[in-house]
Design a protein. Structure first.
Length: 440
């Protein structure tokens, strides 16, 4: 039986996920207020490496969900006129022998970043190019669960095993020679003696995630009447009985709503607890570094052993910092000439000589929002009415799809694609924790 259409909704969080949901709801005629404490795309959407992919994602339901997410981007780009933000030119990956220079940056901790449950603060999107350091976000106190990134295992055998497992799900991965890879990306240098094969994943690429969030919000406001409240955060909820009836903002404003949609990313666990709901989240700190302009024509995402590269605006290059993540200390400053950053740059320059002589202009540090079991959490809260969660890792890949499906779900369609990802699964795995009153 279809649920009745809900007339007024508040979306909390203006990253790519929240912006996509708000856009689709407003487009459907729903009265939507979007609450964003910074600006659209100003949190983890602006700090992410934004690799669009479904490589080595498990289980199969989550893999297929991400594959659908890639396809949904093409439809949204056609509708929104945002092809300039979508760069699905493919991705290149290769493994290296254990102990080889590309296995991990010198002096780095090759482990992934610490995960912090229910962090109470969204991460800064980045920092000024004129600054020399930035600070890691300071999360709420608590235990941690390690986050395992997709590019942790970089040896030949482990990467080949991942490729074979991903291919069994019908995912296209081609084997090409180093020379063929360098023909595709002339700025790369790949050692033919140590790299026997390069994997080309033609479906993949990267997304200008923060810019997409901004464009979605702008379109929803101009075309469909969305109301954006930025510079404020949710400090409490209002309720009637067991039903959430609205939110209380940091400036004292109260907004009534038939449904509050939690798209707050790394702050989602705090919002759920504040409302008396259930959403266990482990937030993992991550860093990405942006170079000064260099002479490059790089088009694709590149995973060269432990090093990750992708194009960035105005001939800059983004260097993924997974090897640094595990060394970050919440609240500590991070200088652009930190030895860990310089080791990343030196290693990346072995693969891409154009980076020799470059420096880092920016460090984008954020908190990855990862539900406790690693899968998306999309649907009604299992404990309290009037609260709907839309929290997931892989937001760059999934944002367009989650926007469409969550909108359909909220309007009563109950899309079957969301069944494996319902937050109700947590009700049998954990007990409720956190503050359940109407104020934080």
């Amino acid at each position: 039986m279809a649920r009745p259409v809900i007339a007024e909704m508040v979306v909390v969080g203006g990253g790519a996920i929240g912006a996509s949901i708000a856009y689709r709801l407003a487009q459907s005629g729903v009265g939507v207020t979007l609450v964003e404490r910074r600006f659209p795309g100003g949190g983890i959407s602006g700090a992410s490496f934004s690799w669009v992919n479904s490589f080595d994602k498990k289980p199969q339901a989550y893999h297929l969900f991400n594959v659908r997410g890639i396809g949904e981007h093409w439809a949204l780009a056609a509708e929104l006129g945002s092809h300039d933000l979508l760069h699905l030119d493919g991705a290149l990956s290769w493994g290296v022998p254990e102990g080889a220079p590309g296995a991990s940056p010198a002096g780095s901790n090759a482990g992934p970043g610490p995960a912090v449950p229910n962090a109470g603060s969204a991460a800064p999107a980045g920092r000024s190019a004129t600054s020399t350091s930035t600070s890691t976000p300071t999360p709420a106190a608590g235990g941690s669960v390690p986050y395992k990134g997709q590019n942790t295992d970089v040896g030949y055998g482990k990467l080949a095993a991942k490729v074979n497992a991903t291919r069994t799900n019908g995912y296209l991965v081609e084997e090409i020679t180093p020379d063929e890879a360098m023909e595709l990306e002339p700025d790369l240098v790949i050692d033919r003696d140590s790299v026997p094969v390069v994997y080309l994943k033609p479906m993949e690429g990267w997304l200008d995630t923060a810019a997409l969030a901004h464009r979605l919000v702008t379109a929803a406001a101009r075309r469909y009447g969305l109301r954006l409240l930025q510079g404020v955060s949710v400090h409490g909820v209002t309720r009637s009985g067991g039903q959430i009836t609205g939110v209380r903002l940091s400036d004292g404003t109260e907004i009534a709503a038939d449904m509050v949609i939690n798209a707050a990313g790394p702050d989602g666990g705090r919002l759920a607890a504040m409302a008396g709901g259930l959403l266990p989240i482990q937030n993992s700190i991550g860093i990405n570094l942006v170079t000064s302009p260099v002479a490059t024509q790089l088009r694709r995402v590149v995973h060269a052993g432990a090093f990750q590269l992708r194009p960035e605006a105005s001939t800059r290059v983004m260097v993924g910092g997974q090897s640094i993540d595990g060394t970050l200390v919440p609240g500590d400053p991070f200088a652009l000439d930190d030895p860990r950053a310089l080791a990343e740059l030196a290693g990346a320059a072995r693969v891409m000589p154009a980076l020799r002589g470059a420096s880092f202009e920016g460090a984008r540090i954020g908190l990855r929002a990862i539900p406790a079991d690693g899968l998306s959490a999309i649907g009604p809260d299992p404990l309290v009415g009037g609260l709907y969660h839309a929290i997931t890792h892989s937001g760059a890949t999934l944002c367009a799809l989650v926007g469409r499906l969550a909108c359909a779900d909220l309007l009563g369609a109950n899309p079957p694609e969301l069944e494996p990802f319902r937050p109700a699964r947590f009700a049998t795995q954990a007990t409720r924790t956190g503050h359940a009153g109407s104020d934080e």
